[in-house]
Design a protein around this ligand. Structure first.
Ligand code: BEZ
Length: 261
């Protein structure tokens, strides 16, 4: 979790977004944690998936920029720390780095990849999933419309990073990774509550561009627009998620040396 102007509250997150770790489980299968490994969970959130990785006999370290999430992960027994994923300070100590639903909050993807490459042992894995090109497109359009109506250029506030599969593959390769997969997966996602709850949980960077007194009305206007596209005839909401899933292995360190084996 990341980015200034996005406030994270572990209880609100659990109420409106408990599907996030639940739907991240296929990424755990792709990671294939092995007993005895040391794995970094980058953007560990409340630690739900960190606990599952640890259950494989792995030593897990979690980092997240949100103190309330780190506190929750710690209460689950995870060695979690508040840290910016764009400034990782680890050196050649992990067999793998895992990340679910966090990298789209980190705009400086090159800084993230440089930090991940430094944190991995030679040959270490980087496996994860985050929002890819086209993710929450309807939501972006509706929020942009309500900001524009209030005289605000939304582009400065659209902080999310949703690359294409090709662009992310190229970035991974530029940082010394051999890429086995980068795949865009459309994943319409039923919401456990509703679009107001989703916007309250995730749309901080856009809605906080407005004076506090105007935010609730702007959010409700966005919800009314989004109902045309994302609410069904039984009033259930489905968010227009697109995931970018990837798996890669560090094939040289940041100084250009190839791994021993
Ligand atoms: C996502 O998980 O795709 C996402 C969550 C919050 C804001 C934007 C995207």
């Amino acid at each position: 979790m990341n980015e200034a102007k996005q406030h994270w509250d572990a209880d609100i997150y659990c109420r409106h977004a408990d599907f996030v770790p639940a739907l991240g489980r296929p990424v755990l299968d792709l990671l294939g944690p092995r007993a005895g490994e040391r794995i970094l969970d980058l953007g560990c959130g409340d630690g739900t998936l960190s606990v599952e990785i640890a259950a494989a006999g792995v030593t897990v370290v979690g980092v997240d920029s949100a103190p309330s999430m780190v506190e929750r992960a710690r209460s689950r027994g995870i060695d979690a720390h508040v840290a910016d994923g764009q400034r990782l300070g680890f050196e050649s100590e992990f067999d793998a780095v895992f990340s679910n639903a966090a990298l789209h909050w980190m705009r400086d993807a090159d800084a993230v990849l440089a930090g991940v490459a430094r944190a991995l042992k030679p040959g270490g894995r980087f496996v994860g999933e985050f929002g890819g090109h086209g993710n929450v497109a309807a939501v972006k359009v509706a929020l942009s419309a309500v900001l524009q109506r209030r005289g605000i250029d939304p582009r400065a506030h659209l902080v999310w990073y949703f690359p294409t599969a090709e662009a992310y593959r190229e970035r991974l390769e530029a940082h010394g990774f051999a890429v086995s997969t980068t795949e865009l997966i459309p994943r319409p996602t039923p919401l456990p509550t509703d679009m107001s709850g989703w916007l309250d949980t995730f749309a901080g960077p856009l809605l906080s561009a407005l004076p506090e007194a105007e935010r609730a009305a702007a959010r409700d206007e966005a919800v009314a627009l989004l109902a045309l596209a994302l609410r069904d005839d039984r009033s259930r909401w489905t968010a227009d998620y697109v995931r970018l899933r990837f798996a890669a292995r560090l094939s040289r360190d940041e100084r250009g040396a190839a791994p021993a084996d």
